[in-house]
Design a protein around this ligand. Structure first.
Ligand code: ARG
Length: 444
């Protein structure tokens, strides 16, 4: 039975093909769908489309469903098209007539829009916490190993001294910029599309400001046509933020894979965090980081996939949009897992000390030697030539003292200032307002 069904049955083949994976995807939207209905029905009562008694029944029924969702007791039944239909069917089954009234002034088109915004806000809140935790782990490692030097590379050739403090700290700072994109995605998600109905508004005198406030949104997507255009655009912007985090994780994964390699041997992991080979008994492979790298690369293709899926769609709702969930939702799950695993691995990483004692790294100090000569009054180009000549003659034997003092260098990482940037960004989201609105809507 479909919400839209009048007399004729839809072909089972059409049903199978058009519903596809939507039921599985929609389960994730169930909580958000009920939150949207809790706000929508309060607004319907205010404008006289539900009586106070009906509203009371409907609110009780919706909160009951919300609890069932929280307890994992909610399913989308066989033959029910999507989460929006399931919630409405449950209400009608339990309450009768009042349940049939809740869809006034609303279409599944704006319902799915608002569900996605509510759902994505929740995802972003979780992601921000996970990113913060990884950030703290990286900064902790950076501080702990700030005096341990390692080679720095350009062209993957040894270049200048670096440190584990710089290496770990760089990835922490990279996450700060990723959070900038997440904040932009949050701002786009935190606007209310509800009330745009099928995409062209409604002849009911809907109070969209009221649902905006009840759902804790910052403001609304005013223009009803634009509100519908937000489907796909919102997902693409969220995917761009995910892609940015993925790029950071992908590079971190590559570095870990490389530095664990015996030819580098800069880091190690306990054997239980590595995997073995079926034929080579000595193997301790970095499979976690390799899977991380691969997933990170796939997630970076997500904005492109979404752009293609939505390219040149005509204005208004198109069913193609349903498929956005199939690309975005699994990527969100994977991103949570990747952030968790990156942290899990890094909490067990060991770093090798005294790497630079090996004479093969002597040339890392060529610039230090030039600079020391320059400090003693030799013009830089002349100092460069002298050191170059001693290298060519095989006579170069540097002092391995490193004395870097400027902001962001080996001796002055500025991790506290980077943490302040992160704090400042996270403070701009305003998660509390959203949390409070959701608590108020669902209060028994
Ligand atoms: N499952 C649909 C989607 O995700 C819900 C909206 C359906 N609207 C419609 N007119 N068929 O897009």
């Amino acid at each position: 039975m479909k919400l839209w069904q009048k007399n004729t049955d839809a072909s089972a083949e059409v049903d199978r093909f058009t519903v596809g994976l939507d039921r599985e995807m929609d389960i994730k939207l169930a909580g958000a769908d009920v939150l949207g209905s809790l706000a929508h029905t309060r607004m319907l009562e205010k404008i006289g489309l539900l009586t106070p008694a009906e509203l009371e029944d409907v609110q009780r029924g919706l909160k009951e469903i919300y609890r069932e969702i929280g307890a994992g007791n909610f399913t989308i039944e066989e033959g029910v098209e999507d989460v929006h239909s399931q919630v409405e069917f449950l209400l009608t089954r339990r309450l009768g007539e009042a349940g049939k009234k809740i869809h006034s002034g609303r279409s599944r088109n704006d319902q799915v829009l608002v569900d996605l915004r509510i759902f994505l806000r929740r995802e972003i809140i979780t992601l921000a916490g996970e990113i913060r935790a990884l950030f703290d782990t990286l900064q902790g490692l950076s501080e702990k190993h700030k005096d341990v030097l390692m080679p720095g590379y350009t062209h993957l050739q040894i270049a200048m001294p670096s440190s584990f403090g710089l290496w770990f700290g760089a990835y922490a700072e990279s996450l700060v910029d990723d959070v900038q994109l997440l904040l932009a995605a949050w701002r786009v998600c935190n606007r209310n599309p509800l009330g745009s109905a099928a995409g062209y508004g409604s002849s009911f005198p809907l109070d969209r400001t009221m649902t905006t406030r009840l759902l804790g949104f910052d403001s609304l997507d005013y223009n009803v046509v634009y509100a519908q255009m937000g489907r796909g655009k919102t997902e693409r912007i969220v995917a761009q933020a995910l892609s940015s985090v993925a790029a950071t994780l992908g590079r971190l994964a590559m570095d870990n894979t490389m530095f664990l390699n015996q030819n580098f041997g800069f880091i190690s992991y306990p054997p239980e965090l590595t995997t073995g080979s079926s034929i080579m008994p000595h193997k301790k492979n970095p499979d976690v980081w390799e899977i991380m790298r691969g997933r990170a690369n796939l997630i970076q293709s997500l904005p492109g996939q979404i752009a293609l899926l939505t390219a040149n769609l005509p204005l208004g709702y198109n069913r193609d949009l349903q498929l956005l969930k199939e690309v975005l939702f699994p990527a969100l799950d994977q991103m949570h897992d990747m952030l968790h695993m990156a942290r899990y691995m890094l909490e067990h990483v060991s770093v090798k000390e005294h790497i630079l004692d090996d004479p093969k790294y002597d040339y890392l100090f060529s610039v230090e030697t030039v600079n020391n000569l320059a400090l003693s009054g030799v013009p830089f180009r002349e100092a460069y030539r002298q050191v170059g000549l001693s290298i060519e003659k095989g006579e170069f034997s540097p002092s391995k003292q490193v004395h870097h003092t400027h902001e962001g260098s080996i001796g002055n990482l500025c991790n506290d200032r980077i943490a302040a940037l992160m704090d400042n960004l996270l403070g701009q989201f305003g998660f509390e307002r959203v949390e409070e609105a959701e608590r108020e809507l669902t209060r028994e």
